[in-house]
Design a protein around this ligand. Structure first.
Ligand SMILES: [Zn+2]
Length: 127
């Protein structure tokens, strides 16, 4: 007598389970046609090129670092206006793209210009 259960027991070998048909899991996409495969390849290539050239996400550059001829002057409200929002608020570094050093200089210049009434503190006090 063997200790193994007979074949018809519920603990029988696993291969005898009824098959549930083709599996439909997440990775189970219909096979691409030759044309579709080419298109997918082109898409991948385009994405790679975009990443390389940076057309998708433009790298911000501090304009003062890029061009040393531009000066930050509190007596030049026209130049400072670019770093002030419509409502008169300072444009943050992450939007303007300035480096820390120049953002600090801009902030000081704008505050000075406000004191001299060259720039507005808020939109309600137009110049
Ligand atoms: Zn800079």
């Amino acid at each position: 007598m063997s200790d193994f259960p007979p074949d018809d027991s519920p603990f029988g070998d696993r291969d005898s389970r009824p098959s549930r048909g083709p599996r439909r899991d997440r990775g189970d996409r219909p096979p691409l046609s030759p044309k579709g495969r080419l298109r997918a390849k082109a898409r991948k290539k385009a994405r790679k090129a975009a990443k390389k050239s940076g057309s998708g996400l433009r790298k911000k550059m501090c304009r003062f670092c890029a061009d040393s001829k531009i000066e930050i002057d509190y007596k030049d409200p026209k130049g400072l206006r670019y770093f002030v929002s419509e409502t008169g608020k300072l444009i943050p570094q992450r939007i303007s793209g300035n480096c820390a050093r120049h953002q600090r200089a801009i902030t000081t210049a704008i505050k000075r210009a406000r004191q001299l009434a060259l720039l507005a503190y808020s939109s309600g006090h137009g110049i």
